[in-house]
Every structure is written in structure tokens, then in C-alpha cells.
Design a protein around this ligand. Structure first.
Ligand SMILES: *Cc1c(COP(=O)(O)O)cnc(C)c1O
Ligand code: SF4
Length: 344
């Protein structure tokens, strides 16, 4: 790293990018259409190409394919009140804000997120929490957005406190990229805002081992040391993490720091993201290699969010084929499920 130049502010415009030598072809058009933000913490890591690829706008984003969709996972059809997505009976998404610390070029909500997008105001938030309170079948609330940890500790603690009072809730889960994107935000005050009698889980979004800087790991440690378990979710991205060695290092680093890999998402069909998408067969082949390379603790589930709002399902390959089961080396073994009884 060049110590003479310490980045100090988040880059948000084409001219900000140009001043840092990051303006690629088409950047003006891309920045006019989709939000851009590269925090100081991420600027320090842009020499790692798979990290730059996730945050620096690229002309490839202007290419739309026929199957891409502004609402790639069909959230809108399942939004009964503003800020809520209720797709499965027992759990809802609650999106208090559409702001993030960084804007990922492959984001599945890229049509919704951005600094100009409105957050829920006090009345809308109250209505969203009323919706949850009035439905006893809801057991888990997933705070997402945007990024819920961009909220001030005061606003966050108000939301956590209101949810904590709902008797039928068991779990409050927060999905965030802040520990990686802006680790300094994970202050003791912010962690204290997550205190609850409910089970709180924090799910970190991280895609490349290089994102797990010392500062990012220290931010996660503050959360975990407060008694909050952490999981991770990653998106399988071409040119970022679509090789077994990178995934192995990512999952090992996470587990080494007490973060359990939860999901590896197949990249959603958000507009202008085809350059990031692998095939499902490539994802399955990578997950198969993971089976032999890393411990079960390091295995996320490979999932696809079915376009149209039908939910997420595991899309890893099956190791069972009739009465044949395949081991991690690819060797096949007979497994009789209904053997005849033997006389003693
Ligand atoms: C992803 C998602 C969830 C959470 O799903 P899990 O499989 O429990 O992690 C819940 N609701 C919606 C609408 C989602 O998109
Ligand atoms: S942090 Fe999450 S919601 Fe925000 S831009 Fe990145 S992927 Fe999208």
C-alpha cells in the first residue's frame, strides 16, 4: 500500500472515482443509473482485483439480458405493508432503510437501494412492526435493507426493543455488510443496541477472503464477544470467488473467526449483472470440491432464490442416485434402503 495517500471519504460520484483513477468506460452512465459508494475501508483493498470488481462501476453493467428483472426475486408480490416482505409463513423481512455503506455492483436489490431511497418514517415503521405483532405465526424477523447496521445505535435499539416485546417472536436476525465495509461503525454502542432477550443472530455478507481485514475481524469479534452468534452469506460471483481455493480460504477464515458459513447464493438475475453470474453446474461443481476440501463447519448451503417470488431452495447436487451413493472422492457405493431380513 502507498502510505503517502490515505483515503478519507466515501467515493460516490463519477468524478470522485476519476480523482482516484477508478473511472472506467461508461462510469458516468452506470453511476447515473445505480448507486455507487466505496468506503475508505474498501478503498484500501481495491488493489485486490476480486474486491475492486465488487465495488468499482463497470461498463458491463449497462448490458441487460432478456431474463434480468428489476425485482429478480419477486419481493414486491409479497409486500403486504411498506418495509415488510412476507414470503414464508413463519418469517418476514423488515427493511427499515434502503441505504448501505457500500453499493455492490451485483446487488439483487440494486433497483431499490441507494442514498436517495427513502427509509421508513416513524409511522411506516410502527405500521410494519404492528403487522408483525398482529401475526402470531411470525417467529423470526430478518432485518435487511439496505443495511440495518447503517442505522444509528438509537434507532436500531428502538427497533430491537419494539421487536423484543412481541411474545411470539423467537429470533431477530440482521443481515449486514458493515463489519467488512465500514468496520469502525461497529462500536460498543451499536453492539449494545442489539441487546435483547430474543435470540439475535448477525449474518455477515462477505464474498472474498481479502474482505476479512484485521479491522473487519475485530468488528465481528465485538459482536460475537457480546454473545451474538454470527453466520455468513456469500454470493457466488464470476471473477471474484468462483474457484475452489478462494472459497476454501473464505470459509476457513470465517470459521476460524467463529462465523459459520450459512448460504452461498447463486447470483440473482438483477439488471446488468450477467458478467457476474456462473452457471448452476459450475456452482455445484465448486460445492462438490468443498465437500472434500473443508470441514462440515465450513460448508454453506448453495441456494437459489427462484425468480418470481417462490423462495430460496438448496441447489447443490445430490449425492444419492437411487440405491447408489457417491462419496466425496466421486466413488460410488451401493446403499440398500430396504434390505430383506436375515434369520438369526
Ligand atoms: C431469504 C429470505 C428469507 C430468509 O430465508 P432463510 O432461508 O430462512 O434464510 C425470508 N424471507 C424472504 C422474503 C427472503 O427472501
Ligand atoms: S450491501 Fe447488500 S443490499 Fe447493499 S448493495 Fe451490497 S448486496 Fe446490496
Amino acid at each position: 500500500m502507498d502510505g503517502s495517500h490515505l483515503p478519507r471519504r466515501t467515493l460516490r460520484t463519477a468524478s470522485d472515482l476519476a480523482s482516484e483513477g477508478l473511472a472506467r468506460d461508461g462510469v458516468e452512465q452506470v453511476a447515473a443509473r445505480y448507486a455507487v459508494a466505496i468506503t475508505p475501508a474498501m478503498q484500501e483493498l481495491l488493489h485486490v482485483d476480486p474486491i475492486a470488481r465488487q465495488f468499482v462501476p463497470d461498463a458491463a453493467e449497462l448490458t441487460l439480458t432478456a431474463d434480468e428483472n428489476t425485482d429478480p426475486i419477486g419481493d414486491q408480490a409479497h409486500s403486504p405493508v411498506k418495509g415488510i416482505v412476507h414470503r414464508y409463513p413463519d418469517r418476514v423481512l423488515l427493511k427499515p432503510t434502503h441505504t448501505c455503506a457500500v453499493y455492490c455492483r451485483f446487488c439483487f436489490r440494486r433497483e431499490m437501494v441507494g442514498p436517495g431511497s427513502e427509509s421508513l418514517d416513524a409511522n411506516e415503521l410502527a405500521a410494519a412492526i404492528d403487522y408483525i405483532r398482529s401475526r402470531p405465526e411470525i417467529w423470526e424477523v430478518i432485518l435487511t435493507g439496505g443495511d440495518p447496521l447503517i442505522l444509528s445505535p438509537r434507532r436500531l435499539s428502538e427497533i430491537v426493543a419494539a421487536l423484543s416485546e412481541i411474545p411470539h417472536l423467537g429470533v431477530i436476525r440482521l443481515h449486514t455488510r458493515i463489519p467488512v465495509a465500514d468496520p469502525a461503525r461497529i462500536s460498543d454502542e451499536l453492539v449494545a443496541a442489539l441487546a435483547s432477550d430474543k435470540a439475535i443472530y448477525v449474518v455477515l455478507h462477505a464474498n472474498h477472503p481479502g474482505e476479512l481485514s484485521e479491522a473487519a475481524i475485530a468488528a465481528c469479534r465485538r459482536i460475537i464477544d457480546a454473545g451474538i452468534p454470527m453466520l455468513s452469506q456469500s454470493v457466488l460471483l464470476r471473477g471474484v470467488n468462483d474457484d475452489a481455493a478462494t472459497l476454501e480460504q473464505l470459509f476457513r477464515t470465517l470459521v476460524r473467526h467463529r462465523i459459520k458459513p450459512y448460504y452461498l447464493h447463486h447470483a440473482d438475475k438483477a439488471p446488468g449483472t450477467s458478467h457476474f453470474r456462473t452457471t448452476l453446474a459450475e456452482g455445484q461443481a465448486l460445492m462438490r470440491q468443498m465437500r472434500g476440501r473443508v470441514s462440515g463447519l465450513c460448508q454453506p448451503e448453495y441456494v437459489l432464490d427462484i425468480p418470481g417470488g417462490h423462495g430460496k431452495v438448496p441447489v447443490g447436487r445430490s449425492y444419492l442416485d437411487g440405491d447408489i451413493v457417491e462419496d466425496w472422492r466421486g466413488q460410488r457405493h451401493a446403499y440398500a434402503q430396504e434390505a430383506a431380513t436375515k434369520a438369526l
